[in-house]
Structures are given as C-alpha cells and as structure tokens.
Design a protein. Sequence first.
Length: 127
Amino acid sequence: MTDPLERLHFQIESAVTEPYLLTVTGDESPHCSCVGVEWDNDRIRVPAPRGWEDSVAHGRLRVTLLWPPAESGGYSLIVDGIAANVTTDGERRLEVTPTRAVLHRRGTPASPHGSACGSDCIPILAV
C-alpha cells in the first residue's frame, strides 16, 4: 500500500476508538467533540459541531481529528485538514480534506520513520 490516502483510509478503518474533532470557535476558544466518520472519495465527513458557522465566518477552517490509542503506550492517529460545509440528507456536516496525518506516541523515537518532534511519529500523509 503506497498511496498515502489509501494508508490513511486503512488506519481510520482499523481504529478501534472514535475520533475527537478539534476546532476553534469564532471567539478563538478550542472546541472538542467526539464524532463518527465516513469517507467520501478522498475526504472525511463528520457531523458539524455546534457553533461551526461562527468558525467559518471568522475563517477558521482548519480542523484536527484525533483517534486516541487503543491501549496505553499505543499510537494516536492525528489527521489535520481543511473543512468545508456540506449538507447530507438535511444534516449539516463537515467535509475534511486531509492535509497531514501521523501516528504519534510519546517517547524516544523508535521508528525508522521517526521525526524531529522528539516523539515516536510515523508519517502517513504529508501534503
């Protein structure tokens, strides 16, 4: 599996936890909500959080999806992206175009793919 989006799709489908959607509200406060995800071609769809319109009005379209590790010491999946509003079956949703994705865990880099962040990071998608 060499295509980064295929690798990301596999990681998301393999996750045993639900992700948290991290956004910034119109008044610059962080907001976190647990969401379900679905794929639509190369984009991830999630429910729009409360107050999302205010975020859009202030140009805050960058979001992060965070899947916590399934076990202590395991990897978290972190996906950054740009969100757009969509309506599906009358429901407001966000369509997230992934811009970066990594598997991340705290500690000494043990992966041959280690990064400069000082943790054990495995890049999945870099745009």
